[in-house]
Design a protein around this ligand. Structure first.
Ligand code: HEC
Length: 204
């Protein structure tokens, strides 16, 4: 019974101390260090803050789960051929200066969208693609978002934005009107443009 206490015989104090050391180490590496490293990052001059409408669109991007299929982090050529795919240069910390929370994403079921505003600047294309992706990219597995639009018989009301659908999808007696949420989402997508030179606003 009087065997010498083994190092593996834990008591509560050791358990709690061990847990605190691990928690403290993890907080240091994952919270404190990144904070210290990134606290001097300033927004590049060419990067504009989001407008209110774009911020509403950003919330819609989050709410509709776009981040589950689209990343916002073109990678270095050493890691992936993202530049060849036309997704843009690898991003730097300053590119995300106005992004809270960031929407880096982990899945790439669809293309990276960090520079979609530069790659596809057409508002009509984006509205139509959100209404029915398969009308623009045959066989696309992206979901359609019909609830961002209103389909009506007759004429649009003054001030409404009518979606110009491809002829195959357009019906002569119907108008597809973009709701404000769709317009805000597209406004956000068009703002995604980090094609200015990298490190322009980074302190080095
Ligand atoms: C289930 C996965 C999935 C979800 C969720 C999804 N997408 Fe996509 N997206 C794709 C795929 C796959 C493509 C490529 C085929 C195409 O163009 O439709 C794509 C293409 C795109 C493109 C064109 C990209 C290019 O380089 O041409 C845009 C813009 C886009 N998606 C925006 C969105 C937005 C905004 C949302 C949320 C409202 C969203 N996607 C949700 C899978 C998805």
């Amino acid at each position: 019974m009087n065997a010498k206490a083994n190092v593996w015989d834990m008591d509560e104090l050791r358990l709690i101390t061990g847990a605190m050391v691990i928690l403290g180490g993890a907080t240091g590496i994952l919270v404190v260090m990144p904070y210290l490293l990134l606290q001097n990052v300033t927004p590049p001059a060419a990067l504009k803050p989001y407008t209110n409408e774009q911020l509403v669109g950003r919330q819609s991007y989050i709410a509709n789960g776009c981040v589950y299929c689209h990343s916002q982090q073109p990678r270095d050529t050493k890691q992936a051929p993202d530049a060849k795919r036309g997704w843009g240069r690898p991003t730097v910390a300053g590119d995300y200066a106005y992004d809270t929370p960031h929407l880096l994403g982990t899945m790439r079921t669809g293309p990276d969208l960090m520079n979609i505003g530069a790659r596809q600047p057409s508002k009509d294309w984006h509205l139509g693609h959100l209404y029915q992706p398969r009308a623009y990219t045959p066989g696309s597995i992206m979901p359609s978002y019909p609830y961002l639009f209103e389909v009506r018989k007759g004429q649009p009301k003054p001030g409404e934005t009518v979606v110009n659908l491809p002829p195959a999808l357009a019906k002569p007696d119907e108008v597809v009107v973009a709701k404000p949420e769709a317009l805000a989402l597209v406004s956000y997508l068009l703002s995604l443009d980090r094609t200015y030179p990298a490190l322009a606003g980074e302190k080095r």
